[in-house]
Design a protein around this ligand. Structure first.
Ligand code: FES
Length: 120
């Protein structure tokens, strides 16, 4: 069981945006979309831009450099539905006012990964 690391307070990620954090030896993008926090690899697999700084709409983040789009929920590359390219997804939890992320990615499954809703 991996350790969760506190990365931010809930008021530090505005609705519909992402932020990147170092967790262990990884850069992880945390998004707050439709009332839920999700975490995926931050570095774009194309040329390494930070996805956390991309534009977020309809559950997708658009890479700020060349506009590849990824699901903020399950990390899938959305521009080619036949591709198996996807960002790894990380467990995330909200405890009180703290957003916590595990550096151990979730197993890859076709189903949506766990997401965390903000506390009350
Ligand atoms: S670096 Fe992300 S699309 Fe090119």
């Amino acid at each position: 069981m991996s350790e969760f690391k506190t990365v931010a307070r809930v008021d530090e990620i505005p609705a519909g945006e992402g932020r990147s954090y170092i967790v262990g030896d990884k850069m992880i993008a945390v998004f707050f979309v439709d009332g839920k926090y999700t975490a995926i690899d931050d570095l774009c697999p194309h040329m390494g831009a930070s996805l956390a700084s991309g534009y977020v709409e309809d559950g997708a983040v658009t890479c700020p450099w060349h506009a590849w789009r990824f699901s903020t929920c399950n990390g899938l590359w959305l521009d080619n539905p036949r591709s198996k390219l996807r960002q790894r997804v990380y467990p995330i939890q909200v405890e009180g006012q703290e957003i916590r992320v595990s550096p151990e990615p979730l197993p890859e499954t076709p189903a949506d990964p766990a997401t965390a809703a903000p506390a009350g």
